[in-house]
Design a protein around this ligand. Structure first.
Ligand SMILES: NC(=O)c1ccc[n+]([C@@H]2O[C@H](COP(=O)([O-])OP(=O)(O)OC[C@H]3O[C@@H](n4cnc5c(N)ncnc54)[C@H](O)[C@@H]3O)[C@@H](O)[C@H]2O)c1
Length: 319
């Protein structure tokens, strides 16, 4: 990785749809990037999105926003892939997965061709499987290809704990781990309020009466959040846009935030050859290291269950 090639903090966003554009909007306001370049196969749509975003330039902190193409990967610091096909009528989930895997491989081929030193962040779903596809295709070390994983789910989890316990969300430390999807789970053993383990906090501070039931409801609510939002408005974009600002900010500014991004397991938690979310230190190198913890037996089973689900999905792709 030759960091001297980065002349500015340049972020390329491939896929200028709901997620890509909302992320661009939030990133521009954060002041974290110097350049935001958007790429999309739909050229007219891309023109419209970029004009609309760029008209905010007098109001954002200094940032350049423009449309680009695959040549822009060369000097990018971070490449965020939100490109994806939508399910066609009658199309199976597996066929959609295959189409999205083809799109991912083509984009990664284009990136590798430029000899880019970027870190790739995959957002397109199913994010864990597509992160694996991107990593394999790139041939890069695991740290440089990660997925947005359960960073959004962990934010939803913290939000719900904060609301139920009437405490500031920034004092809630909590992680959703495993698949970004139905088999994800709450790591209660790592959940604390200002350093106090959550069950102790609820027991000693009496801010809630029926904590055991609420605990179960919170996990269910996190797992179903995306389904509910999609039912109401067709897509999710604001929460994920901000989650991406945290991930990309930690890379651009070498902040070493601990985030539940999706990364390739290389023996951590007894797992190999699967991408899923566990807390990781995220730095300018991408994934600096995976954070290890003592999970309970139940959590270990849940993590293994996610790994099994994801390996099956990857296996069905036959690549
Ligand atoms: N990981 C997460 O937490 C999370 C959260 C929300 C959405 N998502 C996923 O993000 C992806 C994007 O969602 P969206 O709502 O923005 O969809 P969208 O349909 O609004 O946007 C996708 C864009 O990708 C473009 N595209 C398709 N193929 C391309 C290619 N080969 N190169 C460049 N661009 C291409 C399309 O033209 C479109 O503009 C989906 O896969 C969605 O499931 C992930």
């Amino acid at each position: 990785m030759d960091q001297s090639r980065w002349k500015s903090r340049k972020v390329v966003i491939t896929g200028a749809g709901a997620v890509g554009a909302t992320f661009a909007y939030a990133l521009a306001q954060s002041g974290t990037a110097d350049e935001i370049c958007l790429v999309d196969v739909n050229e007219d749509f891309l023109k419209g999105q970029v004009l609309d975003l760029a008209h905010g330039m007098p109001f954002y902190p200094a940032v350049d926003i423009y449309s680009g193409n695959k040549l822009d990967y060369e000097d990018a610091h971070v490449i965020v892939i939100t490109a994806g096909a939508k399910q066609k009528q009658g199309e199976s989930r597996l066929d959609l997965l295959k189409r999205n895997a083809d799109i991912m491989e083509k984009i990664v081929d284009d990136i590798v061709e430029t000899n880019s030193d970027a870190v790739i962040v995959v957002v397109s779903n199913p994010v864990d499987v597509l992160t694996h596809v991107a990593l394999n295709k790139s041939g890069w070390p695991r740290g440089r290809v990660l997925g947005s994983g359960t960073v959004l789910d962990s934010a939803r989890f913290r939000y719900l704990i904060s609301k139920n316990l009437s405490v500031n969300v920034r004092n809630v430390h909590a992680y959703i781990m495993g698949e970004h999807g139905d088999s994800e789970f709450a790591s209660w053993s790592m959940t604390n309020i200002a350093g106090v383990p959550i069950d102790t906090y609820c027991d000693r501070n009496k801010t809630i009466d029926n904590w055991p039931e609420v605990r179960k409801e919170i996990v269910q609510e996190v797992r179903n959040s995306a389904y509910h939002i999609i039912d109401y408005k067709g897509a999710t974009n604001f929460g994920v846009g901000l989650a991406l600002v945290q991930i990309i900010g930690s890379i651009l500014r070498n902040q070493k935030r601990i985030l539940t991004v999706s990364s390739l397991m290389e023996g951590e938690y007894g797992l190999e050859d699967v991408c899923l979310s566990v807390p990781c230190v995220v730095s300018q190198k991408g994934i600096e290291n995976v954070v290890l913890s003592n999970l309970t037996d139940k959590e270990t089973k849940q993590l293994n269950n996610s790994a099994k689900t994801l390996k099956k999905a990857l296996g069905s792709l036959n690549r």
